[in-house]
Design a protein around this ligand. Structure first.
Ligand code: NDP
Length: 798
């Protein structure tokens, strides 16, 4: 094209990136790759291979080994053997390896970027300017955490060999998000990349060899979902870190339910992009382009639901269409493209089906009208999809609720701020949200109300190694990146053998005992701040250690749990109350419990049969524990991250919402309070199921709650068969989190049954805790358990 023509048409000329470097690398390997296990390359034992193609051309790039059971076993064995030595290195030694990896990645950044573009179909602009620089930043940042591990996390230690399963949308970036913190914390890794995109992980394994990373510290097993499933079910992997679809996340949670495996799940999303009428509309539209057409919309946190204030909706949609018309879709290796290829034909088909669904639902569609590239190899349609906009979308429609995972934006309007928040939260997901307003008060007023792990104010798709990323609700749990992300790869140091052996032999009622009860001593349930009769109308006997009848408790059922959950939701004001207020109420609670110390001591002695001295110690420790959480209520503060931008990210510790607590039998007062206190100190409201045989301790305790100004509905107590009630809580979709201290079977059931809304779950996995031991049973670890981190990004400057 002549220069004069360029001036006249303002058309872009092609600006292709040279693929020679990547093609040479493939040639060097004869386009064949094995597995990387224990520092060596090997073929899959089965001899099976699969191919990886360039989505932009359909052309095969390489053959890759498919790891089967014995390969996964070998990789896990290597990681297990390497773990003790790797963990025993000083933080400084591990930091040097991570630094070396960062440097090597930096030196080969162009090769990584080109290879990623060829394997994934995303534009070179993105791999070169976003993915790879962020990968490098992750290794630098986590080299720092390795160096500081002992001083910054003195109470924590590495977990062990870890299985990591990553998706195809950000192949090397997801590898770095997982591998860097895992190695920094002293764990070893077995990683499985997605079948579509293994190449950059294979190149990364070469770099591990080049820097002399000890064998077995990083192992790579390529293969399909089945390979991932073998890892999930491997008993020697102590944690699974997964990014991918919510459906597979659910399967993983169910498969690991009866194990000790730690789990972090980073799942799908349907993130709102909210434009208020006072926003800088041109900036917001540029943000929108980035939110939904970045990586062809194949982004878990894509701003795929546009919510725009009615007064500016027409203007926004108009300008947006004009901007969309100018987007450039084509060869991903062309440096001036905005959008590249969709990962695979099947994914393109899935997007098309959802778009057809949208049309059927009556939404208005507007699509980019440029010419999509053809598939050079197969002479058919290329694997491209046009930028697409739906207006007139109903909030309940399938396209407004389902993750499309493609370049498709659905838009809706709102009138008031409350309506915007309601629409934004009208999703099963909760990964990210973007808020656009020139009024910072307005934006900061809205941010805490959004159910999302990340909120971007006047910006979108910002990521950094120092800032945690992860979701609420069905978007999963756990955070990746930053200080908060390090905890996901650590566990509390063990405090040795439990000093306190609990006597939990439950006596049987003596045949003659019932007749001795002349007055009605049935303790009712406690729901919404009131004593309530159980729906069933039945009660259960509670027996003293000597076999005499102590009293009766209500036999709670599904309906009582439903009422309790409803009451807990009504107490949402507790979440927004000031930490100072919560602290004051907790101190008052301690005071009131102490006033009745003798009564509780007697009750515990009679019910459990422990000595008076032991029971007195339990009450005394309980009072001290209340003081601890009163103290922590206003001290479990967030952090201010300073990512490399003109701005900051506020990491806020937020309550989870309504928590279900199923309490154990041992030390019934202390164990119940050890679970209840961190939950309410953080601002959660709870539905508590006390120990079945010692439930009278809990029903005595609601009298203390009543006198301590704990607002109605913050603590609800439902007595009865704790295993059955635990099951109801696990299945309840309005319960956001569940803690179960029970038998192994109860814990497994709770994990399996609570995947409906992907509750955040903690169980003791059937192991007794020492509730008197402060290290195990009190403190910040519990506050972390009772909270989730929301990162609010705030850019500043003109
Ligand atoms: P998957 O969840 O299937 O894949 C994610 C990773 O898990 C891949 O490595 C995959 O292997 C592996 N995997 C698949 N099945 C199992 C299993 N049973 N046990 C263990 N590991 C398994 O996502 P898809 O690639 O199929 O994409 C489907 C949809 O998921 C997308 O349309 C999108 O909605 C969502 N998604 C969300 C992502 C996110 O970032 N949150 C990322 C990717 C997808 P393999 O690829 O080899 O099959």
């Amino acid at each position: 094209m002549k220069i004069i023509e360029i001036f006249e048409t303002m058309e872009y000329s092609p600006a292709p990136e040279n693929p020679a470097l990547a093609l040479d690398w493939l040639k060097e390997h004869k386009s064949k790759f094995g597995l990387f296990i224990n520092g060596k390359w090997c073929k899959a034992k089965s001899g099976k291979v699969f191919s990886t193609d360039n989505p932009a051309s359909g052309k095969k790039l390489a053959s890759i080994s498919e790891a089967g059971k014995s390969d996964v076993d070998s990789a896990v064995r290597a990681a297990k053997l390497a773990f003790p030595k790797w963990k025993a290195l000083s933080g400084h030694e591990r930091a040097r390896y991570l630094y070396a990896l960062a440097r090597q990645l930096q030196k080969h950044s162009r090769l990584f970027a080109v290879l990623e573009t060829m394997d994934n179909g995303k534009t070179i602009r993105e791999t070169r300017d976003i993915d790879i620089p962020l990968v490098i930043r992750h290794f630098y940042h986590h080299s720092g955490w390795a160096q500081l591990l002992e001083s910054e996390f003195p109470e924590h230690m590495a977990i062990g060999p870890i299985g990591q399963i990553i998706p195809w949308n950000f192949p090397l970036l997801m590898l770095s998000w997982k591998v860097a913190p895992a190695l920094a914390a002293g764990n070893t890794v077995v990683l499985k990349p997605a079948e579509y995109t293994s190449l950059t992980a294979l190149l990364f394994a070469e770099i591990c060899s080049q820097v002399g990373l000890p064998p077995g510290v990083f192992n790579l097993v390529t293969g399909p979902g089945q390979t991932g499933s073998l890892m999930v079910n491997h008993s020697d992997l102590k944690k699974i870190a997964f990014t991918g679809s919510t459906d597979v996340g659910r399967l993983i949670r169910e498969a690991t339910a009866d194990t000790d495996k730690k789990l972090t799940l980073e799942l799908g999303g349907k993130s709102p992009f909210i434009i208020f009428e006072d926003a800088d509309l041109d900036s917001a539209i540029e943000g929108l382009v980035d939110a939904i057409w970045f990586n062809q919309g194949q982004v878990c946190c894509a701003g795929s639901r546009l919510l725009v204030q009615e007064s500016v909706a027409e203007k926004v949609i108009d300008r947006l269409k004009r901007r969309m018309a100018k987007l450039r879709v084509g060869d991903p290796l062309d440096k001036s493209m905005d959008m590249g290829a969709i990962i695979a034909p099947i994914q393109k088909e899935r997007i098309q089906n959802l778009v057809d669904q949208g049309k059927k639902e009556g939404a208005a569609i507007w699509q980019w009208e440029g010419k999509l590239p053809q598939n050079a190899e197969k002479k058919g349609d290329g694997c491209y999809f046009p930028p697409t906009l739906f207006t007139n979308v109903s909030p309940a429609s399938i396209i407004a609720q389902t993750e499309i995972f493609g370049p498709v934006l659905v838009s809706m309007t709102f009138r008031t701020t409350d309506e915007a928040v309601m629409l934004a939260n009208n999703s099963a997901y909760g990964l990210a949200a973007s808020v656009w307003s020139e009024n910072i008060n307005q934006a900061l007023h809205v941010a805490p109300k959004l159910k999302a792990g990340v909120v971007w104010i006047n910006c979108t798709n910002q990521f950094d190694a120092s800032v945690g990323f992860g979701g609420y609700r069905e978007s999963g749990y756990g955070r990746e990146g930053g200080h908060e992300g390090m905890f996901e790869y650590l566990k509390p140091k063990e405090s040795g053998i439990s000093k306190n052996q609990f006597r939990i032999s439950v006596a049987k009622v003596k045949a003659s005992a019932t007749t001795a009860l002349s007055l009605d001593r049935t303790a009712k349930l406690y729901i919404g701040g009131k004593q309530a009769r159980p729906d069933s109308g039945y009660s259960l006997n509670v027996v003293n250690a000597d076999g005499s009848l102590a009293g009766e408790i209500g036999d709670g059922n599904r309906k009582d749990i439903r009422n309790a959950v409803e009451a807990a939701h009504k107490a949402s004001g507790w979440q927004s109350s000031t930490p100072h207020l919560r602290a004051q109420i907790l101190y008052f609670l301690a005071e009131n419990l102490e006033t009745r110390a003798v009564e509780f001591k007697n009750r515990i002695t009679q019910l459990t049969g422990v000595t008076e001295k032991q029971a007195a110690l339990e009450v005394k420790t309980a009072v001290s524990r209340i003081f601890t959480y009163a103290a922590l209520a206003d001290k479990h503060e967030g952090l201010i991250h300073q990512p490399p931008m003109r701005g900051l990210a506020l990491a806020l510790n937020e309550p989870i919402g309504v928590l279900g607590l199923v309490c154990p039998d041992e030390a019934p007062l202390l164990s119940m309070l050890s679970m209840l206190l961190p939950a309410i100190a953080m601002g959660n409201s709870v539905v508590l199921v006390p120990s079945r045989p010692f439930a009278l301790v809990a029903t005595d305790f609601y009298q203390v709650l009543e006198t301590s100004d704990v607002p109605s509905g913050v603590v609800n107590i439902v007595t009865g068969d704790s295993a059955k009630l635990g099951t109801v809580l696990a299945k309840h979709d309005d319960v956001a989190g569940l803690w179960v201290a029970g038998t192994k079977t109860e814990c497994t059931e709770a994990c399996k049954l609570s995947t409906g809304n992907m509750k955040i779950i903690w169980t003791n996995n059937g192991k007794q805790l020492d509730w008197f031991d402060n290290q195990q049973s009190e403190g910040r670890e519990w506050m972390r358990r009772a909270s989730q981190v929301k990162n609010v990004w705030i850019p500043y400057g003109e």
